[in-house]
Design a protein around this ligand. Sequence first.
Ligand code: URA
Length: 470
Amino acid sequence: MFVPGLIERKRDGGALLADEWRELVAAFQDGQVPDYQMAALLMAVFFRGLTREETAALLDAMVGSGSRLDFSHLGVPVIDKHSTGGVGDKVSLVLAPLAAACGLAVPMMSGRGLGHTGGTLDKLESIPGFRTGLSLDETRAQVERIGVAMIGQTPEIAPVDKRLYAMRDVTATVECVPLIACSIMSKKLAEGLGGLVLDVKQGSGAFITDAERSLELAQTMIRLGEDRGCPTVALLTAMDRPLGRACGNALETEEAIMALRGEGPEDVVEETVALAVEMLAVGTRTQGHRGTGGEREGHGRRRQTAVPANRPAGVDRAALERRVLDALASGKAAEKFQQVIEAQGGNPAVVEDPSLLPQAKEVEVYYAPKGGTILRVEPRIIGRAIIEMGGGRTRADDDVDPTVGFVITARPGQPVHTSEPVASIFARDRAGIDLGRRALDRAIVIGEGKAEALPLVSARVTAQGVEQLA
Ligand code: URA
């Protein structure tokens, strides 16, 4: 294989054949293609893009680089959710146990903080003892036993994605629709899912801030999933302000627990319920489902196969929503989270008593410096400040302090008076408090006039098209 020729063709706007992508990925995995050639090719892809056929071929080669889980014997829909990442996005912590409490099997594979965004694994690890590094065998056994596992990418799952992702991170080639789509979908398809719900963030705090490109990302991932027999839908959700009030690992875990106990902020609960309904709706497109009324009694032994992607939805969303709200109100979702924590080595008592989570040494209230209307709460500034305060990473091997962050009660559109409390800063020392204060001075924009905020859930995207929800 003459790799410079492939790089040259992509650089000049041509396309590689499916066989060429397959051979290239295999040779890269075997160490026959050096990192510098792959990095050059990634940059060419960044500028020239990939055709549909190339995207599909790269995805298949990435999935094929590792193992695939198989849950087809469970007899219940196996569904996951993936978010494209945001600030204050603790939805996964609520959603995975909630969806499992509603009868789905959820092998949820998440990531760590990336760029200015937080990561589910870091949030979960703020629970004393919680272990996210389960093996594939442990994951399989846990999903069979309690219906849900919350884990990180194992070495067996799409290992080429892990290497390519690390390379893209240091070569400024992350923000590329086909590369993001292949990266995310390679891991999701390797999970052996019967369906997938994507939470595609829009707005200034999203990775892809341009609305058209975030829709293109959603549609690319949906096509890749559907073409491989994995029913896939996306909700487009707001990331022009942090989600909920808490930002920072332990603070977000506490807020997620409050949401599971029925005391969560409205936006966190609304978005989580909307995603849970989509997971159940996608689940109805796989055989072996028990219908919208009943509870699963166990993980039986029936075969699950996807029905054709173009089958009309015909889903009673109101009934699904009642089922989701009942799982929250009855305490079943909170109980499921306790089971997950216990199964993964953590202290389940945090669900009853969130004060068992690690606590910041310094806490200070932040007061509005002037009166007016809250025009914006800028998520990127908040996310970056948390990293600088020690709550995120600037290098892959950095330790994360789970205690630092913010609780921001100010919402866009809300009127405030001078000196009204609008946030709290959680830090490990005085320098952290000062840093947090300076960040809030820039992030919370107070002025006159009307705040412009995106609808929390603006659209549902399916293989059939885009349905506006707000
Ligand atoms: N998350 C991923 O897993 N991959 C990307 O490329 C971007 C976000």
